[in-house]
Design a protein around this ligand. Structure first.
Ligand code: ADP
Ligand code: MG
Length: 366
């Protein structure tokens, strides 16, 4: 049957909005034997906000989503939606009563269901006709209504991603959880799917957690980014703030290409060929690490600065990378330039730092 006869009133415009929800974690902990998947986890997500969880494999990202969805219970602490306790010492609200949508990394579409039925799956509480109408509207919203009666295997990766998103969002969850939703897509497709997904999330106003281990993806998608390590949030802020004021070397490395040089701290400072910098001293560790952003090193052919020599040059498309041996540094420093044509291996140069392009952290680089 041609689709337009199934439901003549299928809207193809915007997705309807859900009621935005506040999401709160209070000292959430999840233990597996001696392993802490989450520890002292505290976070407030504002209604309609998109927060990206960024961190290495095993830092607890998926566990946090599972606890939020109600697939997992915290060992201690509380999780609340709109100030109602969903999981805690005294209460556990089952997954289906939380208004939480979950989208997995591998999309997890049902191969034996049509694409329309895959999307309608999230609407089991509704009368069949109503569920189909809404599912079809959502299919139209993601531009795939013509595939309604086909099966998932004929879809490309990007199309499967859209269907998985449609299925998760059609019940209008107040909270959306997405676990590495773009990792199965090739790079060219990723960016357009990120934009489409964000547009859909904004329309529905769902409060959203997106797990990723790509800093750039987190910067594109998140209103804020929570950087996680070993079950905790190391720092949470807007991307610009994480870039400008990382509170740890671990965070600095995620958002900026940097050179790292360790020094001994003396009288609250480190003395380097570029001058002295105030340095915090880690307790019982008298070393500090100077970070120089690769984009913050200025080269000139004459004038002031530390003498140096270009050791390597690498073309990287939009930017060029130079390795420069610099008087006073044991290792060469990397510097990024927009145009490589003026610079060649063996060139004698003078090296300066642009203002505000250094960071100092306690402890040695590891
Ligand atoms: P991420 O999603 O950030 O990669 P996870 O939340 O999956 O991390 O896992 C966090 C930690 O908890 C890891 O050390 C992992 O091995 C452990 N873990 C997760 N689930 C289980 C489980 N069911 N049993 C035992 N350990 C688990
Ligand atoms: Mg995971």
């Amino acid at each position: 049957m041609p689709l337009q006869h199934v439901s003549p009133s299928v809207p193809s415009g915007r997705a309807g909005a859900s009621f935005a929800a506040q999401l709160t974690y209070e000292n959430v902990e999840r233990r597996y034997g001696d392993t802490y998947a989450l520890r002292d986890f505290n976070l407030d997500v504002a209604p309609g906000e998109v927060v990206c969880l960024l961190g290495p494999s095993g830092c607890g990202k998926t566990t946090l989503l599972r606890i939020t969805a109600g697939i997992e219970k915290p060992s201690a602490g509380r999780m609340l939606i709109n100030a109602n306790e969903m999981a805690g010492p005294n209460r556990f609200v089952p997954p289906e009563q939380r208004g939480v949508g979950l989208m997995f990394q591998d999309f997890a579409l049902f191969p034996h269901l049509t694409i329309l039925d895959n999307v309608a799956f999230g609407l089991k509480g509704l009368p069949k006709d109503e569920a189909k109408t809404q599912a079809l509207a959502m299919l139209a919203r993601v531009g795939l209504q013509s595939y309604a009666q086909n099966y998932p295997h004929i879809l490309s990766g990007g199309q499967q991603q859209r269907i998985a998103l449609a299925r998760a969002i059609v019940p209008r969850p107040a909270v959306m959880l997405m676990d590495e939703p773009f990792s199965g897509l090739d790079v060219q497709l990723r960016q357009s799917m990120q934009e489409e997904t964000l547009a859909l999330l904004r329309e529905t106003r769902a409060t959203t957690l997106i797990v990723t281990h790509h800093p750039e993806e987190a910067m594109r998608l998140g209103d804020r980014i929570a950087v996680m390590d070993q079950g905790r949030i190391i720092q949470i802020d807007k991307a610009e703030m994480l870039y400008e004021n990382p509170n740890a070397l671990f965070v600095a490395r995620l958002f900026s290409e940097i050179n790292e040089i360790s020094y001994t701290v003396k009288s609250g400072q480190i003395d380097t060929p570029f001058g002295s910098f105030p340095a915090p001293e880690a307790s019982n560790n008298p070393t500090a690490t100077l970070c120089i952003r690769e984009r913050g090193i200025r080269l000139s052919k004459s004038g002031d600065g530390l003498p140096g020599r270009i050791l390597h040059k690498k073309f990287l498309g939009d930017i060029g990378l130079l390795e420069v041996g610099i008087q006073g540094f044991e290792e060469p420093l990397r510097t990024r330039v927009l145009d490589l044509t003026d610079w060649n291996r063996g060139d004698e140069v003078f090296v300066n730092l642009a203002p505000g392009q250094t960071l100092v952290f306690p402890g040695e680089k590891l």
